[in-house]
Design a binder for this molecule. Structure first.
Ligand code: ADP
Ligand code: ASP
Ligand code: MG
Length: 422
């Protein structure tokens, strides 16, 4: 008898009919002799609906007091879906109980809207499992030291599930979603995308951090840190398919590199439209400039991603970087009011209509010419590259947002990702 954690995303929990289906599937696993902990997301659209209501009342506030209330609000979505799932499980003849994050408790820090899990006390859950109950735990939320409800950032139910699996030393964490695994790229953008049978932990980490929202990045970090066996699979298969077949379906996140040695150089393509580019023009080219600009940005708690500095001409240079789109206005204002006056730079310009497209693969470590193949393929499509950033296992480019789909399709083809791996 193994302890298994299932996570079901918003679409999978999207209607009473789908919740019933989830309950039947979970009951099948429990009847096969497993101890089951289930972590659902809010019903699809619910988190957006709730946050939309808050925006109507206070459009652009971003204080700790406001964020606290956002968490109080958004966490209700998962509380509702969890109770509904426990009710559906009871209707299937299972004993079941649901808990909100604070009841477990799942303890987090106090970074409202992006809290990090610090510890999970599993005594209560273990007692329920021992009594034969299926335990449902709300995804996406926890509680801080002062008993405030916190949430873990969008897509955070993945992280709740993996963290619970890690804390309870579950045999496996199964992430059920609306696609049947991790693909070479988002199958909703490239129809030829292929499902990967396995993907290495490192590649999954890069893909998640570069924009593939199939798994929230922190869930992958947890899986890596605690070596949680993790699988992504479909919640849309008939609930009564053979359990052994189901257990082997989807995509397994692997921790052994050797298995991948013979596989493709590039495993996947990620993209993200969440960033904006900021350029400071005519900066005096002298030591301490990057610190002067980026230090001010960091002090304002704004995360910076891709950075470039141009060659200097006549003692002046241009300095560009990307930030989250939601932070764009704040960054430009900060630079104009706090940085430019003391820097003697000419002006700040920016572009919010950019995107970042990345190729990812651990095979890139041992192959040369991968990045240049990427650049050639983009140039053949007439796509101008604005910024480049590389690491051992990825190359990212910043391009005009309007070319995003074209770029992803072209790269998918150029790296033969539509072809089965031999
Ligand atoms: P859930 O509600 O189950 O958490 P999400 O919408 O958060 O589901 O994540 C699943 C979605 O991720 C898919 O519907 C798909 O459009 C998107 N996605 C992006 N990149 C990939 C990828 N490489 N493989 C599979 N799905 C991807
Ligand atoms: N309901 C939350 C969201 O929409 C968390 C999740 O679905 O994982 O972001
Ligand atoms: Mg998700």
């Amino acid at each position: 008898m193994a302890l298994i954690v299932h996570k079901y995303g918003g679409t999978s929990m999207g209607s009473p009919e789908r919740i019933r289906n989830v309950a039947k599937r979970v009951a099948k696993w429990a009847r096969a002799g497993h101890q089951m902990v289930v972590v659902p997301s809010a019903m699809s659209g619910e988190t957006n609906r709730l946050l939309g209501l808050a925006k109507e009342l206070a459009p652009s506030k971003s204080s700790a007091a406001y964020n606290r209330e956002l968490d109080m609000l958004a966490a209700t979505g998962e509380q509702a879906s969890s109770a509904l799932l426990a009710i559906a499980l009871q209707a299937e003849g299972m004993e079941s109980v649901s808990y909100a994050g604070w009841q477990v408790p799942i303890k987090t820090n106090s970074a409202f809207t992006k809290a990090r899990i610090e510890s999970i006390d599993d005594d209560r859950v273990r007692a329920d499992l021992a009594a034969g109950k299926v335990v449902v735990i709300t995804g996406f939320q926890g509680v801080d030291e002062e008993a405030n409800i916190t949430t873990l950032g969008r897509g955070g139910s993945d992280t709740s599930a993996v963290a619970v699996a890690a804390a309870m030393k579950a045999a496996e964490c199964l992430i059920y979603t609306d696609v049947d695994g991790v693909y070479t790229t988002d199958p909703r953008v490239v129809a030829e995308a292929r499902r990967l049978q396995t993907v290495s932990f490192e590649e999954m980490l890069e893909m998640a951090s570069l924009g593939s929202k199939v798994l929230q990045i922190r869930s992958v970090e947890f899986a890596g840190k605690y070596k949680v066996p993790l699988r992504v699979l479909s919640s849309f298969t008939p609930w009564d398919i053979d359990i052994n077949e189901e257990a082997k379906s989807g995509t397994l996140i692997t921790f052994e590199e050797d298995e991948k040695m013979e596989q493709a150089v590039v495993s996947g393509i990620a993209f993200n439209r969440d960033e904006a580019k900021v350029s400071v023009l005519g900066v005096p080219d002298k030591p301490g400039i990057a610190y002067h600009i980026l230090g001010a940005v960091a002090d304002a708690n704004i995360e910076v991603d891709v950075i470039i500095q141009n060659l200097s001409k006549d003692g002046k240079t241009d300095f560009s970087f990307t930030v989250h789109r939601g932070e764009y206005a704040r960054t430009v204002e900060l630079l104009n009011t706090k940085v430019l006056p003391s820097l003697g730079a000419a002006e700040v310009v920016g572009d919010t209509k950019i995107c970042k497209v990345s190729i990812v693969g651990i095979g890139m470590r041992s192959h040369v010419g991968v990045a240049s193949k990427m650049f050639r393929s983009l140039s053949e499509e007439g796509i101008n590259i604005q910024m480049i950033s590389t690491s051992e296992i990825k190359t990212s480019v910043v391009i005009d947002e309007k070319y995003m789909e074209l770029a992803v399709r072209a790269l998918h083809k150029a790296f033969d990702l539509d072809q089965p791996v031999s």
